[in-house]
Design a protein around this ligand. Structure first.
Ligand code: GCB
Length: 618
């Protein structure tokens, strides 16, 4: 008897093949210096709150069906062939939207929108040379993206702040290509971040979209950094991608350091070498020196600008190039309040990091998720050290393996993208997570993985402090994660969520570890231009006094080696509803959304001048 596969079996097979198909492809790094066609600019969009274009009325996923309906399957980008045909969408007649940008700050009707939006862009493409390969690259899409080229699914990506790419070699036509992306920013308990945050859930194609063209076999990624604690050797590891990746000659040139080294790849397409160097000019905040680096494979050149510096902790010191530093920092959200919406460009990075420089910072905490690549690139140029973080924020599902994989993917992608940036000195695993065995196991695994991916940079997480049982004034950090991090960082809001600024006068910290300590958050809200006495909450004077008292309190911590007060600029948060004061903004910024500085800005600026002078003497 002939057996036909049942519908269930067919669905299982289709599902299994889509799982394979939609596994994440390896990240192509240094997109800024590759041959690309930008797809940035004007796109079309369709808002689809019921996901009608994605699911049919039986809730079957249309892109998994053998014959999806032309009339409603938006991913097909189908156009009616005659006047009697029913097609219930039309991208070309739909409204315009800019990419990169979030949708919330561009369209008033989408200000609070959380759900699905279909993006569409038509483009022509001439392949530069036969045998070349093409990839479509997304800097980020918040939060989930289903990507289709010319009506065929390329993949699904999860996670709102990291890059991803799909190979599209052989799928491009000289004329009339179209890319469609369903972006969905619905919050979910199992997601990373989860449903509860104190920032705006900006949706959309928030970063660059590009077609990248590379040779058949090409340099996909590389790591070029000083060996741990050794300013005399540069470690190089290069990954080739392509069928001819074995036994290839790759040249590494750093003309400024008289380096010109030829290497041969192994059978896996990897090049690994250590190059001895003399008298390198080391990168530091005072001298952010970047070397031109030129990688050549088969006449194809990939350039970068890389700074070299050593980094380690020793007892309570953080040593950069062997010298103790104090991290004069500020926390930053990826937002441009003046224009509105997510920050994404070099100009945005220059504005935010320029303010940090003016404040006297040598360090920034990029909270609470990986920011766009321009931040680390501009920080490299300006000499600002960076704390980079994944959105493991508050209470996520510690026991859910999918949640772990998701957080781990975001961590890996963040490190992969920025591992050659001298400015990045700390990878942060989490923010204010509640202590439990499951949570500690989760974060320990993340730390172990980070150390394997990057043997040089320091690892931390923003922890919490508590008042010691039986005491009124003594503050302790009771968190087993302290054992595993290089820097003990914690957030504290004495004087704002806990008493009044006066309380700072008597509070003391008891920290048992001989490790550097960083206070990763403190602060309070002030509406810029709202004045009163220092006892009047929401005034600039209250915030100013809180900064004065907090800084005096923190100075008493013997291991204190850095602070990143909360926060550089006011930022949008749906949690903040107090009329006339907050109106949807977290007002803990030192600068308002109009770019005006509050009084506390100058308190911190003065403190940093003193701290800088103190460390210059050391
Ligand atoms: C915190 C969080 C940060 C909030 C801040 C606040 O502890 O880490 O995301 O925005 O407090 O303003 O309450």
């Amino acid at each position: 008897m002939k057996r036909f596969p049942t519908k269930a079996l067919l669905m299982t097979l289709i599902f299994a093949s889509t799982q394979l198909l939609f596994g994440q492809e390896p990240q192509i790094t240094n997109i800024g210096n590759r041959t690309v066609l930008t797809l940035n600019g004007v796109w079309k969009y369709v808002v689809d709150p019921y996901q009608t274009g994605y699911y049919d009325y039986r809730r079957d996923v249309r892109d998994e069906q053998l014959n999806p309906s032309n009339s409603e399957s938006l991913f097909l980008g189908y156009k009616p062939q005659n006047s009697s045909e029913r097609v219930e969408y039309d991208f070309e007649k739909s409204d315009n939207i800019l990419v990169p940008r979030d949708w919330n700050s561009q369209k008033e009707k989408l200000f609070y929108y959380e759900g699905s939006v279909w993006y569409y862009k038509a483009f022509d493409y001439e392949v530069a040379s036969n045998g070349n390969r093409q990839f479509i690259y997304f800097g980020a899409a918040n939060y989930e993206a289903d990507v289709y080229l010319n009506g065929k699914k390329l993949g699904k990506h999860i996670g709102g702040f990291t890059p991803f790419n799909y190979e599209i070699t052989g799928s491009l036509n000289p004329k009339g290509n179209f890319v469609i992306v369903k972006v969905d920013n619905t919050r979910g308990l199992e997601k990373v971040p989860t449903i509860n945050t104190d920032w705006w859930n900006y949706g959309g194609l928030t970063r660059d979209v590009k077609i990248v063209e590379v040779a058949g076999t090409f340099i996909q990624d590389y790591y070029i950094q000083l060996a741990p604690n050794d300013s005399k050797s540069i470690e190089v590891s290069i990954t080739l991608n392509g069928i001819n990746k074995a036994n290839q000659i790759v040249t590494i040139e750093i003309p400024g350091a008289n380096i010109n080294v030829r290497c041969t790849s192994d059978t896996e397409g990897k090049v690994k070498t250590t190059i001895a160097v003399k008298n390198l000019t080391l990168w530091s905040p005072d001298n952010p020196y970047l070397y031109d680096v030129i990688l050549t494979h088969d006449k194809n050149i990939l350039t970068d600008k890389i700074g070299f510096r050593t980094l380690k902790t020793q007892g309570k010191e953080i040593l950069v190039n062997g010298k103790p530093v104090f991290l004069r920092g500020i926390s930053i959200h990826e937002e441009n309040g003046i224009r509105g919406g997510r920050a994404y460009s070099k100009e945005d990075a220059r504005m935010l990091l320029g303010w940090a420089k003016e404040l006297g910072c040598n360090f920034v905490r990029l909270a609470h998720y990986p920011h766009n690549e321009n931040m680390a690139l501009v920080a490299d140029e300006l000499g600002i050290m960076v704390w980079s973080e994944v959105p493991v924020y508050w209470t996520i599902q510690w026991q859910n393996p999918d949640t772990y994989n998701n957080a781990h993917n975001q961590l890996t992608d963040m490190i992969t993208r920025d591992k050659n940036r001298a400015s990045v000195i700390i990878w942060s695993m989490a923010n204010e997570t509640p202590v439990s065995p499951e949570r500690t196991d989760f974060l320990k695994k993340m730390i172990e993985s980070t150390r394997k991916l990057d043997p040089v940079r320091l690892v931390s997480a923003a922890l919490e402090r508590h008042t010691k049982t039986g005491s009124v004034n003594t503050q302790v950090i009771e968190d087993p994660l302290q054992e595993y991090v290089d820097i003990i960082a914690f957030n504290q809001y004495i004087g704002w969520y806990d008493g009044l600024p006066e309380k700072c006068k008597t509070a003391e910290f008891e920290i048992k570890y001989d490790k550097p300590v960083m206070v990763s958050e403190f602060g309070g809200d002030a509406l810029q231009g709202n004045h009163g006495s220092k006892d009047d909450r929401w005034t600039e004077e209250f915030q100013e006094d809180l900064y004065v008292e907090t800084l005096k309190m923190l100075d008493k911590i013997p291991q204190l080696r850095g602070i990143t007060p909360w926060i550089l600029a006011d930022f949008r948060s749906p949690r903040r509803v107090l009329p006339y004061i907050q109106d949807g903004w977290n007002r803990k910024g030192l600068i308002s959304e109009t770019g005006d500085k509050k009084k506390a800005f100058f308190v911190l600026q003065k403190y940093y001048k003193t701290r800088k002078a103190e460390y210059e003497i050391k």
